[in-house]
Write a protein that binds this ligand. Structure first.
Ligand SMILES: CC(C)(COP(=O)([O-])OP(=O)([O-])OC[C@H]1O[C@@H](n2cnc3c(N)ncnc32)[C@H](O)[C@@H]1OP(=O)([O-])[O-])[C@@H](O)C(=O)NCCC(=O)NCCSC(=O)C[C@@](C)(O)CC(=O)[O-]
Length: 299
């Protein structure tokens, strides 16, 4: 299969990137981040998470964030909604798209959302139904697609099974999460091949963390398979609170640099994105994990 001609980036920095930060980040900083990302050309920004503030305190201001966004035309601002309670709150804030998140690992599902994989699918069904009524699209996530912090290896067939369940339920796109970044290119390719037997390639997204420095290589492998949606986080921010040791997502700037080099259109202004990465890492006192951003700043 050839590389796609265009790739859509799903910027998860404001949500996945910030959800694990130990120090409170004020809402104004989150809103400025979202604003700058939109200005850099990101057309899809995962802005907040309507989960329990006891579980993920950093996302407790989800309402203020969703309501405070200065919406740009052509940009989708989405939020995670694990259950009906989350969805109803998100709808009150005028969300136009949401995501449910399941896992290919039983142990991770229990730790992350306090239920089994089967129970999670049962919980998601009414979320999908209510979202459909409200004319809101739903994205589905599968975590631990290339390894689990509790169970270790995860069979591609298990990933395919959960991804298919989400797709059949009505998720318009399924994002495949290498939550702890243990994947390598061959594994990533085999996993995508397994999932793509049931779901069209253009309905799949790659959501790779960079814990072992493999994320770009893994993305290259799945781009070759035809994946055309990539989740990434500005400056490589992030980590999952329920996956100890998981580092950030692949850095958006590094993905854009890779895509530019491959001649694949993303519509993103690399310099503006890199400046955003420099700004947010300074604002929250974090190292910038994007090599492209650091290199551009040093020029
Ligand atoms: C899913 C629940 C809520 C179940 O949590 P639970 O305890 O089983 O739920 P419950 O229904 O028994 O409710 C318990 C309490 O939570 C409240 N509650 C219940 N639902 C909500 C809600 N939507 N918003 C706000 N509050 C909520 C509810 O009102 C109640 O409050 P209390 O009576 O104790 O005061 C919980 O486990 C949770 O919030 N988990 C957080 C999981 C999370 O956010 N993880 C990180 C995101 S996933 C990720 O990062 C991976 C991904 C997507 O990026 C892909 C990848 O890299 O793999």
């Amino acid at each position: 299969m050839a590389f796609p001609q265009t790739v859509r980036l799903v910027e998860v920095g404001p949500r996945d990137g910030l959800q694990n930060e130990p120090e409170p980040i004020n809402t104004a900083t989150k809103l400025e981040l979202i604003e700058r990302l939109g200005a850099a050309g990101l057309s899809y920004i995962e802005a907040a998470s309507f989960v329990s503030p006891k579980w993920v305190p950093q996302m407790a201001d989800h309402r203020e964030v969703m309501q405070g966004i200065r919406r740009r035309e052509g940009v989708t601002y989405s939020a995670l909604t694990p259950n009906l309670k989350g969805l109803e709150a998100a709808l009150e804030c005028g969300v136009e798209e949401v995501a449910v998140f399941g896992a290919a690992s039983e142990a991770f599902s229990q730790k992350n959302i306090n239920c089994s994989v089967a129970e999670s699918l049962d919980r998601f069904a009414p979320v999908l139904e209510r979202a459909r009524e409200a004319n809101v699209r739903v994205r589905g996530y599968v975590s631990c697609v290339l390894g689990c912090p509790y169970e270790g290896e995860i069979a591609p067939a298990k990933v395919a099974e959960v991804a298919k369940a989400l797709y059949d339920m009505g998720c318009y796109e399924v994002s495949l999460g290498d939550t702890i970044g243990t994947g390598t290119p061959l594994k990533a390719k085999r996993m995508i091949e397994a999932v793509a037997r049931d779901i069209p390639m253009d309905k799949l997204a790659a959501h790779f963390h960079d814990t072992y420095g493999q994320a770009l290589a893994n993305l290259y492998a799945v781009l070759e398979e035809g994946v055309a949606v990539i989740d990434s986080s500005v400056a490589g921010l992030g980590g999952c609170p329920y996956a100890k040791g998981a580092s950030g997502n692949v850095a958006s700037e590094d993905v854009v640099y890779l895509l530019d080099g491959l001649g694949i259109e993303s519509g993103i202004d690399l310099n503006a994105l890199a400046a955003t990465g420099t700004w947010i890492t300074q604002a929250i006192g974090r190292p910038n994990r994007s090599k492209a951003s650091v290199a551009l700043a040093a020029k």
